[in-house]
Design a protein around this ligand. Sequence first.
Ligand code: ADP
Length: 478
Amino acid sequence: MRKRLIIIFILMSLCVAGITALQLYYSYENYRLADRVFKKDANEALLEARDSSIAVHNTGVKDKFRGWMNDTTFIKIRCRYIPEQKTTQFIIKEIKPYRGSGQTEINLSIEEITQRIDTITPEIKKIFIDHMVRTVDDGLKKSTVWFFTQGLGDSLSKAFYKTPIEMTVIDGEYKKALVRRGIDLPFSFEKGPDSIEFCTNEVNMGVDKPRWMKACFTGVDVFLLGKLKWVITGSLLLLIITLACFWYTVRTLLSQHKLARMKDDFISNMTHEIHTPLASLLVTAEALKKFSHDEASRESYIDIILHQGNRLSALTDEILTGARLDKQGIVTGDRINVNELIESVIGENDYGNVVFEPSAEGVTFAGNRFHLGNAIRNLLDNALKYNTHTDPEIRVAVTISGNRLIIIITDNGPGIPDSEKEKVFEQFYRISSGNVHNVKGYGLGLGYVKKVIEAHRGSISIKDNVPGGSLFIIKLPL
Ligand code: ADP
């Protein structure tokens, strides 16, 4: 049995260790996956931020271009109908004199206007400028600047190439791209201190010259752990439940093992206890039957039979009282004079040197006389039978404290070690003294006492007597 228990324990430990290792591995893999996804997202977001920042930059350039086209001190727009070509032609002319060589006037027609128009109206001008802005935008998307006239081209080129994309724009666009990916972490485009945990790949943010930029993050670990908190909490919870079940199972197995051992002890003890008086009864009865005896020896044989019969009867009583108590419970309706009850129990047997200190005022208590008497008897029996002292000294004191009745039984025996003070109240439990018990018993006495006291809504505990021995304290509510 013990060997099987050890094997089960080892197997269960292996299982728990395996589950723990798997959970840890699973959590670590989850973390690594989240780390990979984070790095990929941070890189992709930077590329996306580059594209959207350029789009913002282009919009700024487009707006400036529209402003110049509408600026009548800079550009004059006219239109005329060319009958040979059957088209309306627009003429863009710079007003400010342009220093240097280059075209300052350009003629062009657009597909949106096919009808004949000789004078420019604000609506026609707007249609024409919108067309021009679209053309410029298409060019900017391919990093190309259209030079319609030299002055316009120069201004466009300066606005597009020579003005770098603003940092606030890149910062804002990157933040938005990160949030779209569920990343809400502070970052910096500067190359930070060594503590910086992760930097993205470098991305060119320049429109004219190369301008390589990367984003660096701190606190990535904490962020990832925060994202995985439910997975990790779930794993930990499963682990705790598994460990708790393991602990509970082992405890149950051990207590069952202990119970089985205690029952075995009890049965062998009982068999021995029954066997001895029974054998003595049989031998005496046979001797009585076989041989003729004088009156005196007949008497002594009958005394032996009576004595052994009584022993057997007391034994069965002890077992049956406990069993009956479990089955039927206790009726606590008797009016008991506690001082008298204890005195009569002490008087029944020869306990030797028992000192009784009754309570000063007489006290009647509602309880079960039979079981309470038995409980006191059991305690006194134990105080005497386990006492190895040459001069056993037993003391019983009754006091009243508040609305509680307190009965204290002390002896000068070997005492009960602290580790056993709770266990001795378990059924069948006996303090082991190797394999041999010098004092007879079945481990039923204190279990029964505790049940009786608890049925009276009281409590019983054990303390050490000074200088030696045990001290049983019974507290009963009045
Ligand atoms: P048993 O029938 O074996 O006496 P009990 O339930 O009455 O069973 O007692 C349980 C154990 O507690 C005993 O085996 C004994 O070792 C210990 N015990 C009980 N009372 C005393 C006492 N007064 N002094 C020392 N040990 C005691």
